[in-house]
Design a protein around this ligand. Structure first.
Ligand SMILES: Nc1nc2c(ncn2[C@@H]2O[C@H](COP(=O)(O)OP(=O)(O)OP(=O)(O)O)[C@@H](O)[C@H]2O)c(=O)[nH]1
Ligand SMILES: [Mg+2]
Length: 658
């Protein structure tokens, strides 16, 4: 069955009584006005669903919406799931108020495909028909229905049906299948219970796929249950996809608790938020001024909640304007970036009559803290989000860019509303484009974040050199503490600066290229004396106190100089008491290599004898070689570590060096 289905959703729209439900009946054979009140009043109150077979025999879904102004809320709930609209205008009435309002709502919802059914042509003459078509062309100019096919039809006589059907099939053909990106998510349209089967939840998924057996969470309640059976377009199915009419039998859910406006999601990682950033568009038709913090009715998915518009740019808006706002919701909703919404409000003024559609927009960021107006940083972030939000790869890039700490598949999954494999694919594309950089410790950073960190490092280094002319450079730990950036980010930025030769490594320190620490002459002399004494003492170096006594200097001064020498890489600190000259440590490494040339491991005693010193010095040196991973200790024996192994291979390739 699923090969015969297309996950494209059709929907009707148009003024009350213009023949939407009659056209659906003609097209599908289905009566969508099923409520007793609908039958009695002869008008649609709530959404109706029907499967529709197209010219290529494939089946798509169709949602029939009410046209009456009192039920706009239901119309918007239906419109959120539509890909292709059948825009219905009766030839006798012509363009009416909800013809305008529905067109605006569909435009705000981001709809891109549709055609016009000019109904009731049996009631008008040719001249009237032509004049309505002319008016329609003017109305649709500049909208997504500009240039759309206009199909004259009578639902009573059937005149024009064949041509309408062909046009509809072609319009659906031109609209690609809905993407099934991301984890499953569905705005609940309705819920009821069937004797023997239990709760059934219906709706049109916005994302993903679902299969019998899947566990789904009901938000905002947080309860969950498993799908036992499912129907797509009224028939049993093994899979349901985004853009199809689903009826899911989930016996574990209490049908009394399930309401329109809730969501069913595959993952429990999404949390309802009571604030969301968005780009808001005010309709051209709005007269007067929209003040900051206006209370509006927000329609998103099948939900409709009260909200305030906290404007982030200017304190007022007029018709036709756009700006970034923060929606402050009276009821938290589990929103997803990219989602479209419509706002309706009761604007004061002459002729004001209840709620009217005044605008709409697109959800960008989600958070639960209030944002302040005119903050450049916030506005720049929102502009970047708006640019990225409709493309999953660009959005993934944006989320990585927003993060100072390395992003992982797990951390991106929630904010990108994507499956792990989709994240991995997006990251791979971004890596190839050199937009994200993998870190040795795992995760990815955006190139911009690394570049910004590099700029901060260069500035910090400049400041450090100016304040510490006697120091050979700054250590990684000092840089980390000073900048407060993520260690992985610091290392990646340092690496890029080293490669670009914008900084140098001197021992364990980072310095500007060509940086020469300027020591006062006295200190310089003392350093040289200390270095000379330690070099001479080789494997049996004097202690700090012994040096202080020998050089007739106070121990703290000696300690300072030894720290400077260590930073320059001239001395190594083996433990609390023992400092050894670089040459002695190197000689110790060579000694270890000689021992490894004879046997796969050596004992402490063998090392001590080879060095020709007491245990007091041999043990700390051996420990230092372990610490620097030159050797690997196991009990009393040491085997070659990674670096020693490398050297042993090189040496065996060039015999005679040791
Ligand atoms: N003569 C004529 N009557 C029509 C035509 N289409 C619909 N009607 C009649 O118009 C009335 C309203 O039709 P519906 O299909 O219920 O209109 P609707 O657009 O679904 O109305 P709402 O859902 O309430 O907005 C019904 O009495 C239909 O029989 C048509 O093409 N010609
Ligand atoms: Mg109807």
């Amino acid at each position: 069955m699923s090969q015969l289905r297309r996950n494209v959703m059709l929907g009707t729209a148009g003024h009350v009584d213009h023949g939407k439900s009659a056209l659906v009946k003609l097209l599908t054979g289905c009566e969508t006005d099923t409520l007793a009140e609908e039958k009695q009043r002869g008008l649609t109150i709530d959404l109706g669903f029907a499967p529709c077979r197209l010219a290529d025999q494939r089946i798509v879904g169709i949602v029939d919406v009410p046209g009456h102004v009192d039920f706009i809320r239901n119309m918007v709930a239906g419109a959120h799931g539509i890909d292709v609209v059948i825009f219905v205008v009766a030839a006798d009435d012509g363009i009416m108020p909800q013809t305008h309002e529905h067109l605006r709502i569909l435009s705000l919802m981001g709809l891109r495909h549709g055609l016009v059914a000019l109904t009731k042509i049996d009631l008008v003459d040719e001249a009237r028909r032509d004049s309505v078509i002319e008016n329609l062309r003017k109305l649709l100019a500049g909208t997504f229905l500009d240039g759309a096919r206009v199909c004259p039809i009578s639902n009573v006589t059937g005149e024009g049906f064949d041509s309408f059907f062909d046009s509809l099939s072609q319009t659906v053909e031109a609209c690609g299948d809905r993407s099934c990106h991301g984890p499953f998510r569905l705005w609940v349209e309705d819920s009821f219970t069937i004797r023997g089967a239990g709760t059934v939840v219906t709706g049109i998924p916005t994302h993903g796929r679902v299969r019998p057996g899947d566990q789904l969470h009901l938000l905002p309640i947080g309860s969950f249950g498993h799908v036992r059976r499912m129907q797509v377009y009224g028939e049993d199915a093994a899979e349901g996809r985004a853009g199809e009419c689903l009826a899911l039998n989930i016996p574990e859910l209490d049908h009394q608790a399930v309401r329109r406006g809730m969501t069913l999601v595959e993952s429990d990682s999404i949390e309802p938020v009571s604030m969301a950033q968005a780009e808001l568009w005010i309709l051209d038709s709005v007269k007067g001024t929209i003040e900051d913090y206006l209370q509006v009715q927000l329609h998103v998915g099948t939900a409709s909640v009260s909200a305030h518009l906290a404007m982030l740019e200017n304190t007022a808006m007029t018709g036709g304007q756009r700006q970034f706002v923060q929606l402050r919701l009276a009821t938290a909703l589990p929103l997803v970036p990219g989602e479209r919404f419509v706002i309706r409000a009761n604007l004061p003024g002459p002729g004001a009559a209840g709620l009217t559609t005044i605008g709409g927009g697109q959800i960008l960021g989600l958070n639960d803290s209030r944002l302040r107006r005119k903050k450049q940083w916030t506005l720049a972030l929102l502009a970047a989000q708006r640019y990225a939000v409709d493309d999953p790869v660009r959005w993934c890039e944006q989320i990585v860019r927003e993060s100072d700490s390395p992003a992982t598949v797990a951390s991106l999954q929630k904010r990108c509303w994507s499956r792990p494999a989709e994240i991995s694919d997006a990251i791979e594309r971004l890596r190839v484009e050199n937009r994200v950089v993998p870190l040795s410790g795992g995760g990815w950073l955006h190139r911009d974040v690394i570049q910004n960190a590099a700029k901060e490092i260069l500035a910090a280094l400049q400041t450090f050199h100016a304040a510490n002319p006697q120091r050979a450079g700054i250590s990684r730990e000092e840089m980390l503490a000073g900048l407060g950036i993520n260690p992985g980010c610091l290392d990646a930025a340092t690496e890029s600066l080293l490669q670009a030769k914008q900084i140098e490594r001197s021992g364990t320190l980072l310095a500007r290229p060509g940086w020469n620490a300027r020591l006062p002459d006295r200190d310089q002399r003392l350093c040289e004396q200390i270095a000379a004494k330690l070099k001479q003492a080789a494997f049996s170096p004097p202690t700090l106190e012994e040096l202080a006594a020998a050089l007739a200097e106070p121990p703290p001064r000696i300690a300072n100089m030894m720290r400077l020498l260590a930073e320059r890489g001239l001395l190594m600190r083996l433990d609390d008491r023992i400092w050894m000259h670089r040459d002695a440590v190197e000689a110790g490494r060579q000694t270890a290599l000689k021992l490894f040339a004879r046997a796969p491991a050596f004992s402490t005693m063998e090392f001590r004898d080879a060095l020709g010193v007491s245990r007091k010095f041999a043990v700390p040196l051996a420990d230092y070689l372990d610490k620097t991973r030159f050797t690997v200790r196991s009990g009393n024996n040491r085997a070659p570590g990674a670096e020693a192994k490398k050297l042993l291979v090189q040496n065996s390739a060039a015999p005679g060096l040791i």
